[in-house]
Structures are given as structure tokens and as C-alpha cells.
Design a protein around this ligand. Structure first.
Ligand code: FNR
Length: 469
């Protein structure tokens, strides 16, 4: 059984805590690592597959072939699986599915983003303590592993203590506390005093989180732990800057860290989009303006792992390793043809696909972004023109609304089309559906589609989320 006392922990981060980052964190000195948040609905649609070639265990979504979760024996004894859930039965079903590949199970109760809270998950659970307790109790009762949860604080510290104590009473082994409220941005100071007061009132270990702005070196980690009176410390953004923050001996230059990271990405056949994302974050945090510009040009244009590896003198290494994998019959698990958006929230897309399941809809991961289109190339204009040229009735738009977001199903010539990306604005939702139809009918030039795909690919995580909300 893992212990939560005096531990340095890699925090769960969507896209930021995948296998290569986790392994690197452990090799540099982290004691425990969290997975990124993995959503019950999505993982429950996945099958466990042992990948003898990579030496990994892969959970692969049967419907789309995407790898939803990849792990390996090196991390098993130190790996905490974080789930996004709002349902006690699904939580247990998922924990049972993964329990032999991980060492503990955590429930995310801190995510403030609508794609989590809209479905009753994340920080929404803090406002629905009964359900949160049912989830934890069910997990503690049925799963022979330590169960934990990760929470945010309330404005009033007394309320936070009360809730944390209620959660403690379910039998969980530890609780991670991000010292900010659901509304607070990471730019606002972390409330160390609130974490301290929660820690003082609980018997189980408290993991302090939210201190990355104060943590520049290894010694700062211990200071943050002491300031919070906590048992352990969990770090997220500090790791994005430089994973070697976990090294007792001090930070390694990010050039070197990148090389170490990239080797792991090659070894574990990490997706190109995720590799770019992680390295991009590190570079943006560490380089000056001129370097950043140069970096962006060379790096973001890279279309293969080998091209990225070339920048760090690992081209031959990449070719050799991937060549050997291919010779043994390894097949890279695919990503969406147009964008890598599913990297940040496959789960939500799975949920949305599920909504369409009774209709014969062709869908895509596409999003209409006004500034990329001229008047004559607006998707609605194009589909209207196409109908006219082919003497067919114009498309019919049916726009639906769920949780403040619009999504349109477009029917044309007996076929329905929709996007899995929804929009705050009705008119954008219609254009998005038309875009999907254009895509399926091949109404855009091939190169134009590639441009859209690249533009979406190159948006930052925050920008993508902003567009999605
Ligand atoms: C996060 N955070 C987060 N939290 C969580 O419980 N599950 C998750 O999947 C994610 N995903 C995620 C992605 C990214 C890119 C960031 C930056 C953060 C929140 C994170 O774990 C942590 O609570 C906060 O970032 C505060 O800690 P730091 O950054 O001050 O160490």
C-alpha cells in the first residue's frame, strides 16, 4: 500500500500527465504520479490490451481506436489513477477495470471547467456532497486500493473543513487540497492558510496543492509543505515548466530535460500532438521572445516525431526505435484525421457521440472559427450553393441546446451531419454543422482542410477550451 506522507507528487493534468511525463517525473525523483483525469464513460468503453512490443498496458476505445490510457510496469507501484465521475456505480466499474495496473484511485472534485461541471463531475461534486460521498464510500467498500479525492476550497474555510471531514468519514486514505476556490484563476495567490486549517482538522494526510507560483527550486517544495502544514506536496504548473523540479540535486536545463522527455516519447510511441504540447509548454515558460519565435517556427511546423527529434539530435534514435517497433508489427494508435482536439477531452466527445447514437449522423471534430473564413467561403454559403447546383432542396438546420451550449444537426439529401464540438452561439453552431457537411462532401479543397486542421492543432489548450465553452 502506498503512503501519502512526505511525498513529492506529480499532479493530474489533462494532456500534461501522460506516460512519458509521469516516467520522467519518477526518474527525476517524484514519489508518486497521477494520471490526467480520465472520464468514466470514456474509459468504460475501452478494452485493456497488453502491448508486448512497447511493454505497456493500453486501454483502447473500441469505437474509435484511440488509446485512452497507457501505462507500464515501471510506474505501477507509484501510480494514482484519477477519474472524472459523477456516478458511484460507474466509478466502481472503472476502478475495477484498472485496479490491477495502478496503486490508488483518486476522484477529481476540483475541475471548474464546464466540460466537467456540466456533467456533474469535478468541482460540481463539492456542491453535491451526498453524491460525492456515495462515490467515495462505494469505492472504499469495493476496491482494495487506497481511495482519495482532490478538492478545491470554498470562500469560507469552515465550510471547507466541514466538507473535508465528511469526505474523511467515508474511509478515504488522503485528500489533496488545491488552495483556491472554484472561481479563482491560477494567477491568484494560493490560500496556504486554508490548506493548513484543513490539515489541522483531519486525521488523514493532506496533500497541499496550488503552490507552483512559489516553487522555483526543490527547496521551495519543502517550504510550501511546511507553510501549509501538509503531509505531502503535489505540483502541476511547476512541472510543465521543468519536470526536473523533483530533483534533489537541482534543476537540469530544459534543453536536457526535453531530450530525456523526447526519448521517452519515442520509446512509448507518444502522440505527436501531446509531445508538441508538453515541449511547447516548457519552451514557452523558459525562453526569451526571440528564441520563442524561432522555436515556434521550427517546432510547430514539424509533422512527425522524427522531425521533432531532429532538433534535439535524436533523429537516428527515433528512426531506429520506431523501425524496430514497426518490424515487430506495432501499429501507432490513430488520432482524429483533422485535429488533435480529442487529446484534451475525448470524454466529452464520447458523451456527445452517445447522444447521437440513435440517429444516423455523420460527425467530425470540427469547429467554425469566424476569422478563418471569408464571406464567400462561409460553410453555410457553400452548402447552399452546392444544393442549388445539384438541384437539391437546401439543407435543414435543427439547433439544440444543452447546458448553455448549442449544437446543430444539419439534414441534407437524406443524411444528417453534426460536430462533436458545441458552441455558445447559435449561429456558430449552424456554421459548424455546415462545416462538417462540407468536409464529408469534400466541398473544401484538400489543402484548405489541412490549414484548418493545423490552425486548430496549434491553438493552445486554453484557447481550445475557450472556443469549446
Ligand atoms: C490541471 N489541473 C487538473 N486537476 C485535476 O484534478 N485533474 C486534471 O486533469 C487537471 N488538469 C490540469 C491541466 C493543466 C494543463 C493544468 C495547468 C492544471 C489542476 C492541477 O492539478 C492543479 O490543481 C493546479 O494547477 C494548481 O497546482 P499548481 O499548478 O500550482 O502546482
Amino acid at each position: 500500500m502506498i503512503s501519502y506522507c512526505n511525498k513529492l507528487i506529480l499532479a493530474p493534468m489533462v494532456r500534461g500527465s501522460r506516460l512519458p511525463t509521469r516516467l520522467l517525473a519518477l526518474r527525476y525523483g517524484a514519489d508518486l504520479v497521477y494520471t490526467d483525469e480520465l472520464i468514466d464513460l470514456s474509459l468504460l468503453m475501452s478494452k485493456r490490451r497488453v502491448n508486448d512490443i512497447l511493454g505497456t498496458v493500453d486501454y483502447v476505445n473500441e469505437a474509435n481506436g484511440y488509446c485512452t490510457f497507457r501505462t507500464c510496469p515501471e510506474e505501477k507501484d507509484r501510480l494514482i489513477f484519477q477519474m472524472g465521475t459523477a456516478n458511484p456505480d460507474r466509478a466502481v466499474a472503472l476502478a475495477k477495470l484498472v485496479q490491477n495496473d495502478v496503486s490508488a484511485i483518486d476522484v477529481n472534485m476540483g475541475c471548474p471547467k464546464p466540460y466537467s461541471t456540466d456533467f456533474g463531475m469535478g468541482a460540481k461534486l463539492l456542491l453535491n456532497a451526498d453524491n460525492a460521498k456515495r462515490i467515495l464510500t462505494n469505492l472504499v467498500k469495493n476496491i482494495p486500493l487506497p481511495i482519495t479525492c482532490k478538492i478545491r476550497i470554498f470562500d469560507n474555510v469552515e465550510d471547507s473543513i466541514k466538507l473535508a471531514k465528511e469526505f474523511e468519514s467515508t474511509g478515504i486514505s488522503a485528500i489533496a487540497v488545491h488552495g483556491r476556490t472554484k472561481k479563482q484563476k491560477s494567477t491568484e495567490p494560493v490560500n496556504k492558510d486554508a490548506i493548513r486549517q484543513i490539515a489541522e482538522n483531519l486525521k488523514i494526510p493532506v496533500i497541499a496543492n496550488g503552490g507552483s507560483d512559489d516553487i522555483e527550486t526543490y527547496d521551495d517544495i519543502e517550504k510550501f509543505r511546511n507553510d501549509c502544514g501538509a503531509s505531502s506536496v503535489m505540483i502541476a504548473r511547476g512541472v510543465q515548466k521543468n519536470v526536473s523540479i523533483f530533483r534533489k540535486e537541482g534543476l537540469i536545463p530544459h534543453e536536457e530535460v526535453t531530450r530525456d522527455y523526447l526519448k521517452l516519447c519515442v520509446d512509448y510511441d507518444n502522440s505527436l500532438a501531446n509531445t508538441k504540447y508538453v515541449i511547447g509548454k516548457m519552451y514557452k515558460a523558459n525562453t526569451d521572445k526571440i528564441q520563442k519565435k524561432k522555436f515556434s517556427r521550427e517546432f510547430e511546423d514539424a509533422e512527425s516525431m522524427e522531425q521533432i527529434c531532429r532538433h534535439w539530435g535524436l533523429k537516428d534514435y527515433c528512426r531506429e526505435v520506431h523501425g524496430a517497433y514497426a518490424a515487430k508489427g506495432h501499429v501507432h494508435l490513430p488520432c482524429s484525421p483533422l485535429t488533435q482536439l480529442e487529446d484534451i477531452s475525448t470524454e466529452i466527445f464520447e458523451y456527445r457521440k452517445h447522444l447521437y447514437k440513435d440517429e444516423n449522423i455523420k460527425f467530425s471534430l470540427m469547429k467554425f472559427i469566424r476569422r478563418y473564413f471569408g464571406l464567400e467561403t462561409l460553410p453555410k454559403t457553400l452548402v447552399y450553393g452546392y444544393a442549388g447546383r445539384n438541384k437539391l432542396p437546401p439543407p435543414v438546420y435543427e439547433t439544440r441546446r444543452e447546458d448553455r451550449l448549442y449544437y446543430t444537426v444539419i439534414t441534407f439529401n437524406g443524411q444528417k451531419y453534426a460536430s462533436l464540438i458545441w458552441d455558445r452561439e447559435k449561429r456558430n453552431a449552424e456554421q459548424t454543422a455546415a462545416l462538417v457537411m462540407c468536409h464529408h462532401l469534400g466541398l473544401f479543397e484538400e489543402h484548405f482542410l489541412t490549414v484548418i486542421g493545423c490552425l486548430l492543432d496549434h491553438l493552445s489548450n486554453d484557447e481550445i477550451r475557450e472556443h469549446m465553452q
